[in-house]
Design a protein around this ligand. Structure first.
Ligand code: 3HC
Length: 308
């Protein structure tokens, strides 16, 4: 009976076991997992744009090769995640349509412009660092295909963060102009990186349920705090200052206190009115339309093969 199925589902979650595609699951669980994985996949694909902007402008062949590999990794992460969400019956074409018609989200962070090459390093250090804080716990997410996709993605994300930090260390050992470029990029990317973790727990409609279903293993604020605690010492090693004069160690809490995030900016960017939203979605739409002939040819080829 439905009762037994619900009890089996609850027991599986309660025992930290995985829910697999063919298992019974509450409709709400399916819906919220599709929502989160689809938007995670969209984030990876859109995230290729800000960095891709610098592939032809990288200062050396080595930097170009590293950046190329990183952007290709993001495409691969998107494909893993679209494949994971398809195990729940979602259709990747339909999800792309929702993305390009503004009916599904992608991470706010990718709506900011990459103005100098230092931005490539800061994205690696801060944005991929934040992604690691957020994604490592997702390796233990209750939905099996999602957790398994995360394990591979986290390994590659660590390379992304390392190369970003190394790039910045190189620039910080460079000219005063290069050091200023790094500090300027840190000033522009620090607060948007904190917004990647989502609204405060008290204003997060999904967190409580996602925690109960162990889709999420930590709340938005917990992971944001973990990211701040991790980044402050790294900023000191780099020799940059983080743009928050309320940032200071709180021995009683065992964490860094930090200033108030501008949630109006967050809401504006998430609702589509950030610096680059229109350009990012238009670029994705154009790429999708330019690729239509490939999809049609592949489908025609597949039909011909099956009819023979
Ligand atoms: N940008 C855009 N939308 C955001 C957001 C952000 N930074 N933070 C929250 N939102 C949206 C949520 O999607 C939700 O809207 P929805 O109900 O229409 O989906 C709404 O704001 C309320 O937020 P909640 O906290 O209630 O939503 P969640 O419980 O889903 O938490 C999340 C948001 C922490 C982003 C969670 O979905 C999550 O952990 N997702 C998986 C990780 C992910 O998507 N990371 C994106 C980072 S980019 C990346 O990883 C690429 C790497 O290569 C850099």
């Amino acid at each position: 009976s439905e009762e037994d199925l619900q009890q089996h589902f609850d027991r599986t979650i309660g025992e930290d076991q995985r829910i697999e595609p063919r298992d019974w699951m509450p409709e709400g669980y399916r819906r919220t997992v599709v929502r989160q994985i689809a938007q995670h996949a969209h984030s990876e694909i859109i995230g290729m744009q800000p960095e891709g902007n610098w592939i032809t402008r990288a200062p050396t062949l080595r930097r170009k090769a590293i950046l190329l590999a990183k952007v290709q990794d993001e495409a691969g992460h998107g494909l893993y995640l679209y494949s994971a969400v398809e195990t729940l019956g979602a259709d990747r074409g339909e999800l792309t349509d929702r993305l390009i018609t503004g009916r599904q989200k992608y991470s706010s962070i990718f709506n900011y412009p990459t103005l100098t090459f230092a931005d490539v390093g800061v994205i690696g250090w801060l944005v991929d660092g934040a992604a690691i804080c957020n994604q490592v716990p997702l390796c233990r997410s209750s939905y099996g295909p999602y957790a398994r996709a995360m394990i591979r993605i986290c390994k590659e994300e660590s390379f992304h963060q390392r190369q970003g930090f190394e790039l910045l260390m190189t620039m910080m050992k460079g000219t005063p102009g290069q050091r200023e470029m790094v500090q300027d990029a840190v000033n522009r990317w620090w607060w948007p990186s904190l917004m990647m973790f989502g609204p405060p727990d008290a204003e997060s409609p999904n967190t409580a349920q996602s925690m109960a279903w162990k889709i999420k293993r930590h709340t938005n604020d917990e992971l944001r705090q973990r990211f701040v605690d991790m980044s402050v010492p790294q900023a000191e090693v780099l020799g940059v200052t983080l743009p928050d004069d309320e940032l200071k160690w709180n021995a009683a809490r065992g964490h860094y206190d930090f200033g108030e995030i501008d949630w109006t900016e967050f809401k504006r960017v998430v609702s589509g009115d950030g610096p680059c939203n229109v350009q990012r979605v238009a670029h994705r739409r154009r790429a999708h339309e330019d690729g239509a002939w490939v999809r049609e040819a592949a489908a025609a080829h597949a039909r011909r093969n099956t009819s023979e």
